[in-house]
Ligand binder design. Structure first.
Ligand SMILES: N[C@@H](CCC(=O)N[C@@H](CS)C(=O)NCC(=O)O)C(=O)O
Length: 230
């Protein structure tokens, strides 16, 4: 039995910790669960009182919040990789991680709530428009930061890059990257890494087919190739 157990699968925010698991090629059982029916919600709450996925069980430790799980995996199982070893570098990684979830993800989530999650009578088109406007406002400084840079912090990839790739993939899937070519190129570069996880759209395709998405993007490519040859 593997020591690590992650609850949550693509297309959810579980993609973030899966990215770190993949880069380190860590053995981990990935449990496909969505807390959207009573029974699953109860099961999720029994381990994570917040009632959300993803969460990680690592021995006696339960860690929730996708960014905290990424940081925990890097610290506890990554031998120092993907986190700078200087104070300034770590501050910059934290800065971008918080920026991405509060200024880019939150408006995207707000738009999603008003598009599909709130009951129809509570949804508001004007809230969606405002949320997208907020998201684009904060994509601007990120777009400028990526000009001429391969990674967000320094010359090597960090946890912040994996988070950024996932969060910007989300922005792209909501058509918010039209004026952000650097962000688009960054997402494509990151998802071309050999151990990249599946993209959000691919995760939804598996979900819609009632299947569990694989951990690696390359497994989808291999499956497609096998289907074409068959
Ligand atoms: N801030 C959390 C958000 C997690 C979250 O909202 N997860 C969604 C699935 S992607 C969920 O479990 N929703 C269930 C609910 O809202 O009840 C994180 O980054 O892990």
């Amino acid at each position: 039995m593997s020591r690590l157990k992650l609850y949550g699968v693509p297309p959810t925010r579980a993609i973030r910790p899966i990215w770190v698991l993949n880069e380190f090629e860590l053995e981990c059982e990935i449990v496909s669960i969505f807390p959207f029916d009573e029974e699953s919600a109860r099961a999720v709450k029994s381990l994570n009182p917040v009632g959300k996925i993803p969460y990680l069980v690592d021995g006696d430790l339960v860690v929730s919040e996708s960014i905290a799980i990424m940081l925990h995996l890097a610290e506890a199982h990554g031998g120092g990789r993907f986190m700078p070893n200087d104070v300034a570098g770590r501050a910059a990684v934290n800065q971008w991680n918080f920026f991405l979830v509060t200024e880019i993800e939150q408006p995207l989530w707000r738009a999603g709530l008003h598009q599909v999650i709130y009951p129809e009578e509570e949804r508001s088109e004007s809230e969606i428009a405002l949320a997208y406007r907020d998201c684009r406002r904060f994509l601007e400084p990120l777009e400028a930061h990526l000009e001429g840079r391969e990674f967000l912090v320094g010359d090597e990839e960090t946890v912040a890059d994996f988070n950024a790739a996932y969060t910007l993939d989300w922005a792209g899937s909501e058509n918010q990257l039209e004026s952000a070519p650097n962000c688009r190129a960054f997402v494509d570069r990151m998802y071309a890494r050999p151990n990249a996880p599946v993209r959000i759209a691919e995760g939804f395709a598996y979900l819609d087919a009632g299947e569990t998405a694989p951990r690696f993007h390359r497994d989808i490519d291999a499956k497609r190739k096998a289907e074409t040859l068959a």
